[in-house]
Design a protein around this ligand. Sequence first.
Ligand code: Z5A
Length: 209
Amino acid sequence: MPRGRFLSLEGGEGAGKSTQARALAAALRDRGVAAVITREPGGSPGAEAIRALLLEGESGRWSARAETLLFAAARADHLEKVIRPALENGCWVICDRFVDSTRAYQGVAGGVADAEVLALHAFGSEGLLPDRTFLLTLPLALGAERAARRDRGASDRFAARESDFHAAVGAAFERFAEAEPDRFRRIDAAQPPAAVTAAMLAALADWLP
Ligand code: Z5A
């Protein structure tokens, strides 16, 4: 059985990653591709337990180093229990955030060196990277507005951070995309949802049946 494709969606808050993960999975299934949607932090029972530790509580509850370790531990469990088995069964995996989020949030915006994040990823998750990563781009203010409308004032430890932090995250993602053009595809996420999904499908045309 051929291994499935591993796709990740990245971007700042409110970019539409969860919306597009669902839409992309439906579009792939329509084309006869078995697709599994999952997310980070979380995706397996153990990683979902770590997700609660990471997202709840005071903004300063964990240092960036402690967060890096927690995200890496959650990812190791998620990969072992969900992502790898699905890929080995021939399913395509659509993951809402993956290691590039740790590189952007804890790394560039949080001050942890990229080499340290990648060393932990090598240990915890054998350095596995997605086959293709969609970077959903849109102006920070529009993303914050969408997320605020969805969350009606409630925000987690990350969404509550200052706009400088979110700007650093956005700039980091742009740099990663520039550095790895074979893996990344930039998608304009300010378009209507159906146009965003169509752009992602077009960027998968080389692999679609
Ligand atoms: N984090 C980290 O620091 N390090 C890591 O390694 C990882 C994560 C893996 C997880 O939060 C937080 O953890 C995250 C980074 C950090 N925090 N931040 N910021 P989460 O899992 O709760 O949520 P998220 O990943 O941050 O999701 P999000 O960015 O808030 O949302 P989204 O998935 O990108 O967007 P959405 O929910 O699909 O859409 C938002 C709203 O906009 C919703 O009402 C939609 O109906 C609407 N929408 C979506 N698309 C459109 C379009 N195209 N037009 C108009 N409206 C739209």
